[in-house]
Ligand binder design. Structure first.
Ligand code: CDP
Length: 243
């Protein structure tokens, strides 16, 4: 999409009509796949992501197994139809980097030491990208881990904040990400109020950074509420007994 004349109009509305502190419409669903041990679908506006988890299972190849904990493998991947421009088929440098930072964030909350010599494999497939795919991917991956019954200290809830037309905004869409002045993805383990991923692309003053972080925290607490709701939806109802 071309650069719009303005990213915020005279009424303070953003390109998609949101106020500065509004999240996009969010959908979350757990257990959407049959073949994996855990799965989740998460949508933030036009960004649509599926996460699937296998494990804990015996690590392969065996020589990579660790004697005192499980290995967490993580692959973030964008499908070739997720973006307008042709996306190379294999893993790009960006996807390798994002797989690493997502893995590191998930490692902080997962009790890997409970499964020595095992591996837990997390697959994140971006099926449509419209900004915030790493944060949506992380949010989906932690739900898929929970769905697989992997013990965790907390879920990970994530959202980006940024600066567009000089103003701080929550949950950037693609146009805001591309043409804005700054983009700061933040992922948290909300129960501990701890930050498990924070990146900054662009520039912010220390004051903007503080305000941006507070804005991200506000978004994270709403995302966390929706995650717990999605988990309850699946696990609080008991399937009917077979006769
Ligand atoms: O998606 P996220 O904001 O976590 O990462 P990014 O590298 O800042 O990418 C921002 C957005 O650029 C993505 O969400 C996509 O909408 C878009 N993008 C794209 O159109 N083509 C790519 N090969 C990579 C990203």
């Amino acid at each position: 999409m071309e650069k719009p004349e303005r990213l915020i109009d005279e009424n303070g509305r953003r390109v998609d009509g949101r106020r500065f502190d509004e999240l996009r419409p969010i959908k979350m669903e757990i257990g959407i796949l049959d073949k994996s041990d855990g799965s989740a679908y998460v949508e933030f506006g036009g960004t649509k992501v599926i996460a699937a988890v296998f494990g804990p299972r015996e690590a392969h190849p065996r020589h990579l197994a660790l004697p005192d904990r499980a290995i967490l493998n993580c692959r973030y991947h964008m499908t070739s139809f997720s973006v307008e421009e042709r996306k190379p088929l294999g893993m790009t440098r960006r996807e390798v980097e994002l797989s690493k930072v997502i893995r590191e964030a998930l490692e902080t909350v997962t009790f890997l030491e409970e499964f020595p010599r095992a591996s837990i494999d997390v697959y994140i497939e971006v099926i449509q990208a419209d900004g915030g795919t790493r944060t949506t991917g992380l949010t989906a991956a932690s739900l898929a881990l929970a769905d697989a019954g992997i013990p965790m200290a907390d879920l990970v809830a994530a959202v980006a904040v940024g600066k567009v037309d000089g103003q701080l905004v929550l949950d950037l869409c693609d146009v805001e990400d591309k043409y804005g002045e700054a983009d700061m993805p933040v992922a948290m383990a909300p129960r501990f109020n701890s930050i498990v991923l924070l990146q900054l692309n662009g520039r912010m003053t220390p004051e903007e950074f503080r305000k941006g972080l507070a804005l991200a925290q506000k978004g994270v607490s709403e995302i966390y509420r929706l995650q717990r709701e999605a988990l309850k939806k699946k696990f609080s109802s008991v399937p009917p007994m077979e006769s």
